[in-house]
Design a protein around this ligand. Structure first.
Ligand code: GDP
Length: 458
């Protein structure tokens, strides 16, 4: 379905203002098409003769008219991103020139690239695995530096290497079993039970670690939605302003000032946190305020992180205790605010409901760092190595989980004395799931799904 004989082109840089815009051209006719559109300033230079990894300066032409100054970068198959002949043409940014260039290339015989088509070609030409292709997407959309580092690790093939190690060990085991079962008359050495369980256990441990790290990795890549909750006047808006670094919410000493959910994305401890500042929680007769409070509690249920704020200068009241009770079992952090004032709040009363309690003052800029550390700890990303192999996305997680359960079944079959036939069936299932993960045996619909998420130009 993916026609590799066409030569495709698209703008590879994001839309909007920018110094340069890059148009990428890839496929068997890349040099023929580039020659029709791009004319080097040095007339002795010929596009057709350009070697890979070289550049030329010139202009591009549209309908016979000389257009913008252009730098052409040449790549020769298979040493390019897609594994095909590639020419990258850089023109002045802002989009208009790049658009004219794309039109000129199409007039000269190129086809407009579909979403993710360049990366799909890289995958189909064996330049990268499916997990690496997904990493490209991660890097493009990563919100924080660590998220990008994670994507880079995957692009580097950290995950692919780890999975390949497991695949090799399991394949060897499966081959041994098959030889032993199918050719009893041959002199195949018997498989030691310890060898069998060792290999299965080691492989499963690799998957266990990857699956456990998935949530932390997802937090670093995509960030987390956080609800900021507390009764009126505990200091939620002050805290939001401290985190956002400017006056985002209206801070007043009048209770009930924040009546709806205010959203603000902030970086906290290297994590992108989408903060939802909510209406103060208290008993109320006011319908508008009551609706705000209903929404606040809804956010509490949905959020990946709950920041419950309490006023440390006052004893806990019924509204505080109601909030605390709702936080039980949630990824919730208790923030006991106003610790510059005399403390009247009993921390012991909060302990049963929260995984972590932090005393701070929203007026103190140093609170930001302490809060960042507490959030990292709560979300399990402290000590997380962004350079380590990591599963990216639900698709990879579900394939890894499938392989993990197949290995569990194999271990049970081995322990229960069900015979090597049963173990062998489970091993095949595990290998199938792992090949689906890396894309070596993923079906067309899965691959389409992965590349549909790409933006055009990648
Ligand atoms: P919200 O209703 O929970 O959003 O609370 P606000 O952020 O509007 O704060 C209510 C009042 O508490 C304001 O007068 C703030 O200046 C004050 N406040 C907030 N944080 C602190 C703090 O850490 N120490 C002290 N002393 N006052 C604070």
């Amino acid at each position: 379905m993916n026609d590799l004989s066409a030569t495709i082109c698209a703008i590879a840089t994001p839309p909007g203002e920018g110094g340069i815009a890059v148009v990428r051209l890839s496929g068997p006719a890349a040099y023929d098409i580039a020659e029709k559109v791009f004319v080097p300033v040095n007339t002795r230079k010929k596009v057709q003769e350009a070697k890979g990894y070289t550049a030329m300066f010139g202009h591009f032409f549209q309908a016979g008219r000389r257009m913008d100054e252009t730098v052409a970068l040449f790549f020769r198959a298979p040493h390019s991103y897609t594994g095909e002949d590639v020419v990258e043409l850089s023109v002045h940014g802002g989009g208009a020139m790049a658009q004219c260039l794309v039109e000129a290339l199409i007039a000269a015989g190129a086809a407009p690239a579909g979403a993710g088509e360049f990366t799909r070609r890289a995958f189909e030409n064996g330049r990268m695995s499916l997990t690496q292709a997904e990493a490209v997407m991660d890097i493009i959309s990563a919100s924080g530096r660590q998220g990008a580092a994670l994507g880079l690790a995957a692009l580097d093939g950290a995950l692919a290497k780890k999975i390949a190690g497991v695949q090799a060990a399991l394949t060897e085991l499966a081959t041994h079993i098959a030889a032993w079962v199918d050719y009893p008359e041959e002199d195949v050495p018997a498989l030691q039970e310890s060898q069998l369980t060792d290999t299965l256990t080691r492989s499963r441990t690799v998957l266990d670690d990857l699956i456990r790290n998935y949530d932390a990795g997802a937090v670093l890549r995509r960030g987390v939605d956080a609800a900021l909750l507390g009764r009126p006047n505990v200091g939620k808006s002050t805290l939001l302003n401290l985190l956002a670094g400017f006056e985002r919410a209206i801070v007043t000493p009048v209770a009930g000032t924040t009546r709806d959910v205010v959203e603000q994305a902030v970086m906290l401890g290297g994590i992108r946190v989408n903060l939802f500042d909510t209406a103060g929680l208290r008993e109320t007769e006011d319908v508008v305020e009551a609706e705000g409070i209903r929404r606040s509690y809804k956010k509490l249920e949905e959020a990946g992180l709950v920041l419950a704020v309490f006023d440390g200068s006052e004893p806990l009241n019924a509204d505080d205790l109601q909030l605390a009770a709702r936080c039980k079992g949630k990824p919730a952090l208790a923030l006991v605010n106003k610790n510059d004032l005399q403390q009247r709040l009993e921390l012991e009363q909060l302990k049963p409901y929260f995984r972590k309690i932090l005393c701070l003052s929203a007026n103190d800029p140093a609170a930001r760092e302490a809060l960042g550390d507490a959030v990292r700890e709560l979300l399990g990303v402290t000590g997380f190595d962004p350079g380590a192999a990591c599963l990216a996305g639900e698709r990879q997680l579900s394939a890894a989980t499938r392989a993990q359960s197949a290995l569990n079944e194999a271990l049970e079959a081995a322990a229960g004395g069900f015979g090597l036939d049963a173990v062998s069936v489970c091993l095949d299932d595990a290998l199938d799931a792992l090949y689906a993960l890396t894309g070596e045996r993923a079906d067309e619909a899965v691959i389409d799904g992965v590349f549909e998420k790409f933006c055009v130009g990648k």
